[in-house]
Every structure is written in structure tokens, then in C-alpha cells.
Design a protein around this ligand. Structure first.
Ligand SMILES: Nc1ncnc2c1ncn2[C@@H]1O[C@H](COP(=O)(O)OP(=O)(O)OP(=O)(O)O)[C@@H](O)[C@H]1O
Length: 226
């Protein structure tokens, strides 16, 4: 269970351009389900995702993941938790140009300090699952949209995270690839992953595999349903 209690994120606090991006959000997100944060541009989805994924700290409020209170932990613990617990898929996929598909996939695992041969083996099996074996040594700039998408998902899985966070993952995908993305999410849910997606794409929001949609507006939860 991911539990958010009165989470608030204020940018430029105390300045004339002070802005409340997340306003007093309290939420329970169930594990092994797919939850979608839906809201218009600027509603605070990315900010909330980055707090849940321990990439940024809330200005106030508390967050508890798998029974562990995280908001008060020092940065070095948060970094560790972020690496082991979360896999991230970004809107632009954020693949690193100039290095290969294999190197991109292994990248998030380097700080964990695992033996290179074991890591490479795991990366190769992910490449196999995502039908990218033929692209191991290709530079990512030469990948098609679908290959880049699958590389981004494989990279998110390299540390075997229990929670996958995807921020507008279909924003740059055509209809076919967007449905394909949701099919991958369905498989990952079946494997017991918890998936949180920020999106306003109907292909994501109307997918039968979605367990819950949380509507966000002006940094607040507008309504939610199962
Ligand atoms: N570092 C920052 N400093 C100041 N304001 C910020 C900062 N980051 C985000 N914001 C503001 O907070 C609001 C919420 O941004 P956020 O990126 O969370 O929205 P979003 O719902 O994800 O939007 P989109 O769908 O366009 O990605 C926006 O108005 C944004 O300009």
C-alpha cells in the first residue's frame, strides 16, 4: 500500500511567484493494481508522481510505502529506496543517446554495484522478452518509436522494481503502440507489479486493465472511482 497523507508541494515558497502544485493530497494506492492519475496539463500529475517515486520531497505531508514512512528519511536512504523500489518510464523515454540499447537498459543498475556479468545476463533476458535481441548493440537514436518504447520499459524493469511509474507514456506514441504499451502494463500487473500512470490519453484511461482513475485538478484530487 502506498499512503499519502496531506501531501503538499509548494514551488518558490514565500516569493511573489509562489505556486502550490500539489495541494493537500491524501490517497491510498493499492499494490498490484494499475492506478491512473488523470488531469489537464499543469494539474500536478508529474509533481505528484515525482513525490511518490522519491524523486522530490513534499513541502509538507507524509508518505508511507509498504509500511515504511519515507518523508522523514535522509537523502541517502531515499536514493536507495528509489533504486530498488521504482522503475520509471518517462514521456520522452529519456534514453541516453550515443550509447547502445544494452547499455541504456543496464544504466539504472550500475549504482547497485552488482556483478557485471549477472547484470548483463538479466539485461539480455529483458531484451529477449521485449523482442529487442537484434538491437543489443544499436545506438538508441536509430530505434523506431516502438523499439524505443520497449527499451524504456525494459530499462524500468532492470532492478526488478515492485512499483512502475509512467509519466504520460503514450504521449509520443501512435494508436497501435499506445495499445501495445497498455498490453505490456497488463502483463506486468499480472506479474504482481504496482503501476501508477499519469495520463489523459483515452487509450490509457479507458483500458479495461485499469483498476482506478484518480482525477486531479489544480493540484487537488477532484474525484476518484474504481
Ligand atoms: N520547479 C518548478 N518551479 C515552479 N513551478 C513548477 C515547477 N515544477 C512544476 N511547476 C508547476 O507546477 C504545476 C504542475 O506541474 P506538473 O508538471 O506536475 O503538471 P502535470 O499535470 O504533470 O502537467 P503536464 O500534463 O503538462 O505534464 C505547473 O503549473 C508547473 O508549471
Amino acid at each position: 500500500m502506498i499512503q499519502l497523507n496531506s501531501i503538499k508541494k509548494v514551488f518558490n515558497a514565500g516569493k511573489p511567484n509562489e505556486f502550490i502544485a500539489v495541494d493537500n493530497v491524501s490517497l491510498l494506492i493499492e499494490t498490484e493494481k494499475i492506478t491512473v492519475l488523470r488531469g489537464p496539463s499543469g494539474s500536478g500529475k508529474t509533481t505528484l508522481l515525482s513525490i511518490i517515486g522519491c524523486m522530490s520531497r513534499p513541502t509538507s505531508g507524509r508518505m508511507n510505502i509498504f509500511g515504511r514512512e519515507l518523508t522523514s528519511l535522509p537523502e541517502r536512504f531515499l536514493t536507495e529506496i528509489r533504486r530498488k523500489t521504482f522503475g520509471f518510464v518517462f514521456q520522452q523515454f529519456n534514453l541516453i543517446k550515443g550509447i547502445t540499447v544494452l547499455e541504456n537498459i543496464m544504466l539504472p543498475a550500475y549504482p547497485v554495484g552488482e556483478k557485471y556479468s549477472l547484470l548483463r545476463k538479466r539485461a539480455m533476458s529483458l531484451l529477449d522478452i521485449f523482442n529487442l535481441s537484434g538491437k543489443v548493440n544499436s545506438k538508441v537514436e536509430w530505434l523506431s518509436g516502438g523499439e524505443a518504447q520497449r527499451t524504456a520499459i525494459a530499462r524500468a524493469l532492470i532492478n526488478d522494481p515492485s512499483i512502475i511509474i509512467a509519466d504520460e507514456p503514450t504521449a509520443h506514441l501512435d494508436t497501435r503502440l499506445s495499445y501495445e504499451f497498455m498490453a505490456y502494463m497488463k502483463d506486468l500487473k499480472a506479474q504482481g507489479k504496482t503501476i501508477i500512470i499519469a495520463s489523459h490519453d483515452p487509450i490509457v484511461c479507458d483500458a479495461p486493465v485499469i483498476d482506478r482513475i484518480i482525477n486531479i485538478r489544480d493540484g487537488k484530487i477532484a474525484e476518484q472511482w474504481l
